[in-house]
Design a protein around this ligand. Structure first.
Ligand code: FES
Ligand code: FES
Length: 202
């Protein structure tokens, strides 16, 4: 529609401006006072920014365009395609990852704003061959159909059961309230999250 500025337009415009000047220490998507802003990044004269990201416990050094979202960096330069992008505008939560153990929509966070915070993706949830209890419970309860929304749902459910040993069904519903599943797997997701919480408690 003429005259409408999308989030993508905004990021592109601001990213282009940012590559021409020193990247400001305060990020576009960051709340004021967040730790780690501006850490581990430097321009290299090519228009790309060299940044360091801690993902799934490993320090990764990469060169990115300033306007790239965390989701784009994970799925692109870092080749971690477990994180899915559904809407790319903060409406579906398919792209949920942890940043310092808090579930965030990675399509709504610029990678340069992650700073020194630790990112965990669906690829980093299992311990070697041992699935996270939420992953195991999703399989046991058949909590997916097409699976597109599943990585994001698993990340939010895992954050909940790790922080709340005995969540109520209302707390589970609240924790995944931003997640859209067009296959309608919600009842199975609730059951899986309850089950995983019991496993973790045990
Ligand atoms: S892809 Fe990020 S919220 Fe939909
Ligand atoms: S399982 Fe298909 S969108 Fe959720």
């Amino acid at each position: 529609m003429t005259g409408t500025i999308t989030r993508r337009d905004f990021l592109k415009a601001t990213g282009a401006a940012m590559t021409g000047v020193a990247v400001p220490a305060a990020g576009l998507c960051a709340a004021p006072g967040e730790a780690g802003q501006g850490a581990g990044r430097a321009g290299n004269g090519s228009g790309l920014l060299a940044i360091s990201l801690n993902v799934n416990g490993a320090e990764r050094r990469i060169e990115i365009e300033a306007q790239m979202t965390l989701a784009e960096v994970l799925r692109g330069p870092l080749d971690m395609t477990g994180t899915k992008v559904g809407c790319d505008r903060g409406a579906c939560s398919a792209c949920t990852v942890w940043v310092d153990r808090v579930p965030v929509a990675s399509c709504m966070m610029l990678a340069v704003d992650v700073g020194e915070r630790k990112v965990v993706t669906i690829e980093g949830l299992a311990r070697g061959e041992e699935l996270h209890p939420v992953q195991a419970a999703f399989i046991a309860h058949d909590a997916m159909q097409c699976g597109f929304c599943t990585p994001g749902l698993v990340m939010s459910c895992a954050a909940l059961v790790e922080s709340k040993p005995n969540p109520s069904i209302e707390e589970i519903k609240d924790a995944i309230s931003g997640h859209l599943c067009r296959c309608g797997s919600y009842p199975h997701v609730f059951a899986a999250a309850m089950d995983a919480a019991k496993t973790l408690k045990g």
